[in-house]
Design a protein around this ligand. Structure first.
Ligand code: HSE
Length: 308
């Protein structure tokens, strides 16, 4: 019986400047989904390794929701057994449901002989995201499938641009093991803001994209700011301001909230700097009573979903 396993990586959504439409894929951290046809018309979640709290009902699990959407599109309901292996915690802000949804879309597409393009897979994976947290935003699923830094297009919300990435970038992530649900983290966002704030953020986003095409590290550093979402969400993350001040003081290019939190990310140039930042973050969090994990990943185009 043919069996396919796909890996899809964790991601940093929003990346400070692009709330809900920009995201970056990490490397080496992610979920695996294994599928095989089961000779029925039902999709069955057989096991969720490291995810005992996640739903196994086909109508609620993001992987089976993704498969079902793909089946509806093809009008072919040959069922599959789905084995999920979570590589990192859900509710971490690193795109946990997206990594599973992306891996499910990638695995099922492979099992069927690749009838769908990556663009279509992003759409299907976004339906898994909707099942998991109520909103079909693509800033996690698009980079998780495509890899690298991916921005949703203004001209076609179901299409994406792979942005160039500056050389030798690394992310150092700290995941404080507190629960911040995406739905809650979205519900605290105010509906309106001052024109001045919007104007400032538009300037940052414009400069950010320009910095990538100009390969201008100074401009990238100046632009990697979030004056809209961070002020509202950072209060959910213990020691946020202290960490930000400390890592920027050590020469990091940027610091911010990964997705809806609670994880935070630091962007640095060069692998050597990652150790300095790791130590800095560890020193700050060791003084709290919050358990935490640190992840380090290069940021480049050599990422995205793969068949194992
Ligand atoms: N863009 C989303 C948010 C990512 O910030 O709420 C979370 O999945």
């Amino acid at each position: 019986m043919k069996k396919v396993t796909a890996f899809a990586p964790a991601t940093i959504a929003n990346f400070n400047v692009g709330f809900d439409f920009l995201g970056v894929a990490l490397q080496g951290i992610g979920d695996e989904v294994t599928m095989s046809f089961n000779q029925t018309e039902s999709n069955v979640i057989t096991d969720i390794e490291n995810g005992a709290d996640l739903p196994k009902e086909a109508s609620r699990n993001c992987c089976s929701v993704v498969v079902r959407c793909m089946q509806e599109q093809l009008n072919d309901f040959t069922g599959v057994d789905i084995h999920i292996k979570k590589g990192f915690a859900s509710g971490s802000g690193l795109g946990s449901s997206s990594a599973s949804s992306a891996a499910a879309a990638f695995a099922y597409n492979e099992l069927l002989g690749k009838p769908f393009t990556n663009k279509q897979l992003v759409y299907f994976a976004a339906q898994g995201e909707k099942a998991a947290c109520g909103s079909p935003h693509v800033d996690n699923v698009a980079p998780s499938i495509i890899g690298g830094m991916v921005m949703q297009k203004a001209s076609d919300k179901t299409d994406f641009i792979s942005l160039p990435i500056l050389p030798d970038l690394y992310a150092v992530l700290l995941y404080p093991q507190i629960v911040v649900k995406t739905s809650e983290s979205r519900s605290i966002l105010k509906e309106t803001m001052a024109v001045k704030t919007a104007s400032q953020q538009i300037g940052y986003m414009g400069s950010f994209v320009a910095s990538l095409y100009l390969q201008d590290m100074d401009l990238f550093k100046a632009a990697m700011k979030d004056v809209i979402i961070e002020p509202m969400r950072s209060m959910l993350i213990p020691k946020f301001d202290e960490m930000k001040q400390a890592v920027l003081g050590k020469g990091a290019l940027a610091f911010g909230i990964s997705g809806s939190g609670p994880s935070v990310f630091t962007i640095v140039k060069g692998q050597q700097m990652t150790e300095t930042i790791k130590t800095t973050l560890e020193e700050i969090y060791s003084k709290t009573d919050v358990d935490f994990k640190i992840y380090i990943s290069p940021i480049n185009a050599d990422s995205g979903a793969t068949i194992l």
